[in-house]
Design a protein around this ligand. Structure first.
Ligand SMILES: [Zn+2]
Ligand SMILES: [Zn+2]
Ligand SMILES: [Zn+2]
Length: 288
């Protein structure tokens, strides 16, 4: 087993980029989950969407997997680990993880952190990237991970990195894109392989407002994945009309909506979306 992080190691540490796959040939993006915080179906709800037989209306909590394949091998990163992460990892056969990125410290994005342990048992500690604010929350919620006196049970092993600007991992150049989520800040991510004219994607979940400065970081995308909770306005999330307005302004080649609640029925909503916009669904995989 790898070395357990010490409590002091939550201070900013120099990034130690993983070996980069040479000449990355392919970036594959897979939706681990596309649901809002309670998931769809929601416990106790008998609405049309919660009762739907369409597998695309079954939404685990939000998470994204990005895999890079090149001459030098394969690297895999995951953005957010919800309480459904175990189920998602089994479904997608995630036997190894080279990096974990955290958007923010809400329960539906981090409560699966303990489930990285089986990956640690096999491959040792996993580099985890989060903002200073998110680390404060993680340190509080998962204090047992960082307590030296904890005995037994096996602990998640992570190598903490504080996001302070652009960074590199898994053969990807990652640009943090801060967005507003009610009273909090969420880290969105723009990412793409190194080199000119390579595919560029961005994952912007949990937000109700994107500043002009952050919008500038989201131009020229091949794929934009963006929050779209429901049709009606919401204080801390984008609703469909707002998401479409951002998409119209940013003009990505393709856009996918995620973090979806039970107000939205996949096949009905899909028919009404503009040509380059789709609803994401669990298990959807895209190659760029
Ligand atoms: Zn959320
Ligand atoms: Zn429902
Ligand atoms: Zn949130």
């Amino acid at each position: 087993m790898g070395k357990r992080p010490e409590s002091g190691s939550l201070l900013p540490t120099p990034h130690s980029p993983l070996p980069i796959p040479h000449s990355p040939l392919l970036m594959r993006i897979t939706f681990l989950g596309t649901g809002t915080s309670v998931g769809v179906p929601m416990i106790g709800c008998g609405c049309e969407v919660c009762r739907s037989d369409d597998p695309r209306d079954k939404r685990l909590r939000t998470g994204l997997m990005v895999e890079m394949t090149g001459d030098g091998g394969e690297r895999r990163m995951v953005i957010d680990v919800s309480a459904d992460f175990r189920q998602q990892a089994l479904r997608e056969k995630i036997d190894r993880l080279d990096a974990l990125l955290i958007t923010h410290c809400h329960a539906d994005h981090v409560f699966g952190l303990d489930d990285i342990r089986p990956i640690n048992f096999r491959h040792g500690p996993i580099p985890v990237f989060a903002s200073e604010g998110a680390w404060r929350g993680l340190r509080r919620i998962f204090s047992y991970i960082f307590e030296r006196e904890h005995i037994g049970g096996g602990l998640p092993q992570l190598v903490p990195h504080v996001i302070e600007g652009e960074f590199e991992t898994c053969g990807l150049r990652v640009t943090p894109v801060p967005v507003i989520h009610g009273k909090g800040e969420v880290t969105g991510f723009r990412f793409g392989p190194f080199g000119e004219a390579r595919a560029q994607a961005a994952f912007i979940t949990d937000c109700n407002l994107i500043s002009d400065e952050s919008l500038e970081k989201l131009r020229g995308l091949d794929l934009l994945i963006i929050d779209a909770l429901r049709y009606k306005p919401h204080p801390t999330h984008l609703h469909v009309e707002q998401s479409l307005a951002y998409i119209a302004e940013l003009k990505p080649r393709r856009a996918l909506l995620t973090h979806i609640g039970h107000d939205i029925k996949h096949n009905e909503a899909s028919r009404r979306l503009p040509e380059n916009v789709e609803l994401a669904y669990d298990g959807l995989s895209i190659e760029l």
